[in-house]
Design a binder for this molecule. Structure first.
Ligand SMILES: [Cu+2]
Length: 498
């Protein structure tokens, strides 16, 4: 067969054209395509290093790791040791690092006495990989294994934790970060941290606090551990040159604690949240991260060379017990090098085209969250009048868009989480709140109503929805949505009453 490129002259023309095209592309290539400049001193992040799960698969498109749940003694501050429940012996569990589009294989083994699972918070997985016993898999008992095998469809920070006795298991240390990166995301900030915020409670002997402490009242308040942790350490220090930008990927993995972050009034440039980049970046001098949520921010810490700056958790009223007799907590110290402050560094403009679900024609679904007065010394949270163990699933057809109205009639905030799907918050008229962003966890403040648009795509299954204050979830504030062909009406399998 004759090919035009067999003619020497034509070959030269084609090669020249290709060369010119490549040169033009190189000249057009934006700043982010070049290696971004690091301004941080060597070892700047040693105080917050996360253990990483080694990828044992040579295929560049597959990340294959081994995760084992087991007891281990960890040191959260000098001389402060606790025998925690861990993944691979570290607190938090190892950071799993992958690229968007990768296949992730996790060989999970449980060496704890208690049954457990791994739920992949925020990931759009098939139901078989969602980690909820009774709905998607059997609990993994002591000595047993389970292989999670899924495709990472979205770039963002995600996290993993058990879905069995969640308040206890997460509170005792079972959580880790999953960072799904997009090498072409264009952020161009070299100095990056993944920050897992959490807390833990234990006594002077290093024994974990009873996860049922305070009984029903403890459940209603949402129990917080007294040690505030950043990547498993109390009040770590990072080093930085003043005026140099850093990208922080933050997840709140605490079972109840809200983090209301203040960097001495300096700005957080928020570029993304749970499901990836926002439509456009926003600036705020305080950052609320409720349990389960993630934030992707650029900070440019400023201060005199050689001085220190503290990231603090301010008081945030999420209900009775959250601000009374409480004080601001120090979270992390930034220690500036003696170098002169960097002059203003231009930051990238991050935008993303997001098509919101259509509110017109969406099926309205109403949920009312209540906390009836105690009965027989016992409290329970309810959705539409029933706690989880008496609830029937909501129903949704494949491809259906629903408009969920979540009315919080209680005196506590509830970070509302849906498994397996992103949603978008909208106003009373169904118009998405600006800027557009995909969420899987959104705080519904006390006595307010959230409106969430969600499209249930091609993945059938029975998916959890619940408050991510895990004491509240265990106290009844959970439900399910059954997506897909609906058989006979059914109730939940063997409810677990706390
Ligand atoms: Cu709640």
């Amino acid at each position: 067969m004759f090919c035009a490129c067999h003619s020497p002259l034509k070959r030269v023309v084609i090669l020249t054209a290709a060369f010119l095209a490549l040169s033009w592309l190189a000249a057009q290539s934006p700043a982010w395509a070049q290696t971004p400049t690091s301004y941080a001193p060597a070892g700047w992040d040693a105080g917050v290093t996360l253990a990483e799960a080694p990828d044992t698969n040579p295929d560049p498109n597959i990340v294959e790791v081994t995760i084992t749940a087991r007891l281990a003694e960890v040191e959260v501050a000098p001389g402060r040791k606790v025998r925690a429940w861990t993944y691979n012996g570290s607190l938090p569990g190892p950071l799993i690092r992958a690229q968007v589009g990768n296949r992730l294989i996790v060989h999970f083994t449980n060496e704890l006495k208690e049954p457990t699972t791994i739920h992949w918070h925020g990931l759009r997985v098939p139901i078989e990989m969602d980690g909820v016993p009774g709905l998607s898999q059997d609990p993994v008992k002591q000595g047993e294994s389970f292989t999670y095998d899924l495709v990472l469809r979205d770039a963002s920070l995600f996290w993993y934790h058990p879905h069995v006795m969640s308040a206890q298991q997460v509170g005792y240390g079972l959580y880790g970060a999953l960072l799904v990166e997009d090498p072409a995301d264009g952020v161009g900030v070299a100095d990056q941290l993944t920050l897992v915020l959490s807390d833990i409670g234990f006594d002077s002997k290093g024994t974990l606090e009873d996860s049922e402490s305070g009984g029903s009242a403890g459940m209603v308040f949402g129990r917080e551990g007294s040690y505030v942790l950043v990547n498993g350490r109390t009040m770590p220090t990072i080093r930085a040159r003043a005026g140099a930008p850093q990208r922080w990927r933050i997840v709140n993995a605490a079972k109840s604690r809200f983090f209301y972050l203040d960097l001495d009034g300096q700005d957080f440039l928020v570029i993304g949240q749970d499901g990836g980049f926002q439509e456009r970046a926003t600036t705020s001098n305080i950052l609320l991260v409720t349990p389960g949520e993630r934030m992707d921010v650029i900070v440019t810490p400023r201060g005199a060379p050689g001085s220190r700056l503290t990231l603090r958790a301010m008081l945030y009223n999420r209900g009775y017990g959250s601000i009374e007799y409480r004080s601001v907590e120090d979270v992390l110290t930034i220690s500036f090098t003696p170098e002169p402050a960097l002059a203003k560094v231009a930051l990238p403009t991050i935008t993303r085209a997001i098509t919101p679900p259509r509110a017109e024609g969406a099926t309205p679904v109403a949920m009312v969250l209540t906390l009836p007065p105690q009965e027989a010394g016992h409290s329970e949270f309810r959705i539409n009048g029933v706690p989880y163990w008496k609830a029937k699933p909501l129903l949704a057809a494949l491809g259906e868009t629903q408009l969920w109205t979540v009315k919080n009639d209680t005196d506590w905030d509830h970070p509302f989480h849906l498994h397996g799907f992103f949603f978008m918050a909208v106003d009373e008229r169904g118009v998405p709140l600006a800027p557009l962003v995909w969420k899987d966890t959104v705080n519904v403040p006390m006595k307010t109503t959230a409106r969430l648009l969600v499209t249930f795509d091609e993945r059938p299954g029975t998916w959890m929805l619940h408050c991510h204050i895990l004491d509240h979830a265990d106290g009844g504030l959970m439900g399910t949505v059954q997506v897909g062909p609906v058989a006979a009406e059914h109730t939940h399998p063997a409810p677990k009453k706390p």
